[in-house]
Structure formats: C-alpha cells, structure tokens
Design a protein around this ligand. Structure first.
Ligand code: DX5
Ligand code: ZN
Length: 246
C-alpha cells in the first residue's frame, strides 16, 4: 500500500490570511494541500478558481491537490494544471453521459448515483490534457457511487477519491457506509492512491485507513485546531497504525 499522506483542506482556512494559514500547515508536516473547487452547479456552493491556485502556488512548496466539484471538468483541467496544480481530480458523476440534462429539472446534480454512463471522449480529453502537462490525475466518486461503477476508469488515473460526505461543504459528519467501498477499491488495486475526503478526524481516520485509504483530507480537523502540529501527527499515527493492522 502507498504511504500515508495528510492533506489539509484549505476550505476550512481563514481566507483573509491565506498565506499564513498555508505556511502553518506546511510547517506542521502536511504532505499535500487540498484545494476544493466548486461551481454552484455540480454542488450547491461556490469557492475558488485557477487564479487563487496560481497565488497559492507562489507561497508553498506543498504539492497542490485540486478537487474539482464542477460540471464540464474537461473545459477547466488545463487551466488548473497551468495555475500550478500537481494533481487534478474530477468527479465520475460529472463525466456520466447526459448527467446535467437528466438532473436539470430535479435540483442539484450531486444527487445522481452514477451508473457507468461514462462519456469516454470527455474522460480521455481530461486525462490527455493533464498527462500532456505532466500532471497526476484523480477520479472522485460520491458516497452513493459504487466502487464497481468506477472500476472501468481506474486504470486511467493515479488516485481515486472516495467522498466520505456529500461534496459541497466542510464540517460535515463522516459517512460510515463509505468504508466498505474504500475496502473494495483497495482490493481492486494495491498500489493506487486512495483518498478520503469529508469528516476525517483522529477517530474516523482509523476506519478509513483500516479499509485501505492512504491520502487523508482534513479541513476542519486541521485548520480549525489550536494544535495543528498535534492534529497532523495524530492523523498520521492513527492512519499508519490502522493500515498496519490490515
Ligand atoms: C467537501 C470538500 C472537502 C472539505 C472537507 O466538499 O471536498 O474537502 O473541505 O472538510 P472537512 O474535513 O471539514 O470535512
Ligand atoms: Zn475536497
């Protein structure tokens, strides 16, 4: 299994002091910086775009892990790569055929359970754009999207992100029922990076890493703590202990 890596999510940072916040988690031993990109369509919230990534790139040496919660990811991955992202993750649900059309009259598209209606030309455009720029590629799956549904796309990517909350907001409760899916993903590939995102803390990280996750995103637990060094150390120790027990 690949090594445990801790990825603080900038969403929970104080955005009036971004540089200090980023350098705080870097000094505390973070391995990656997780950047949440939301478009108000794929998820009911708006966050940052490539211009912010470009400025963040200038103030840290941490690899930038960009999580795109957006429709039409194929139109934007190049801009995030050019802005300095090291790994760019798109959602499987956002490249399911007819995705937006089917959900347009039913509220937010995030409620879709993806049933393998992949639009392969769009997937290939995403992967080729990112590979052409020397970047790593991630595939995210919502809580209700099965591991088996994502399986066909796994050989094309470096990392799979199993959402452990419904995407859109920080500070939500970890969805325990995603843990078996992490186990099935790990069984499919012993070498793939498996990232978990949402509701991770010193306790929930044990179940996620015990099932095989190795990239641990944590927003509230890290940026909202008075002891970020201690939190990152504990997340790592608990994840390593849980993954060693497997
Ligand atoms: C949610 C985002 C997460 C979020 C996690 O849509 O993808 O990265 O920042 O926040 P916490 O760790 O607070 O659950
Ligand atoms: Zn995220």
């Amino acid at each position: 299994m690949p090594p445990i890596r801790i990825a603080p999510s900038l969403l929970a940072a104080d955005f009036s002091r971004l540089k200090d916040e980023i350098q705080k988690v870097e000094a505390a031993g973070a391995d990656l910086l997780h950047l949440d990109v939301m478009d108000g369509h794929f998820v009911p919230n708006l966050t940052i775009g490539p211009v912010v990534v470009e400025w963040v790139r200038k103030v840290t040496r941490l690899p930038l892990d960009c999580h795109l919660m957006i429709l039409h990811p194929e139109e934007y991955v190049g801009a995030f790569a050019d802005a300095g992202a090291d790994i760019v993750t798109f959602h499987a649900e956002a490249v399911a055929q007819d995705y937006a059309l089917k959900r347009k009259d039913q509220g937010y598209a995030m409620t879709l359970v993806c049933k393998q209606l992949y639009d392969f030309p769009r997937v290939d455009r995403i992967v080729n754009t990112l590979r052409g720029k020397g970047k790593r590629v991630g595939l995210a799956v919502n809580p209700d999207t099965d591991a088996e549904v994502a399986a066909e796309l796994l050989p094309k990517v470096d990392m799979v992100l199993a959402m452990t909350v419904w995407p859109g907001f920080g500070g939500q409760k970890f969805i325990e029922s995603v843990v078996p899916k992490v186990g099935r993903l790990r069984a499919m590939s012993p070498t793939l990076d498996i990232e978990v995102d949402g509701g991770l803390n010193a306790d929930t990280v044990k179940r996620a890493a015990g099932a095989g996750a190795n990239v641990i995103v944590a927003g509230t637990a890290t940026f909202r703590s008075d002891d970020v060094n201690g939190v990152i150390r504990t997340l790592r120790e608990n994840a390593e202990a849980a993954s060693a027990k497997k």
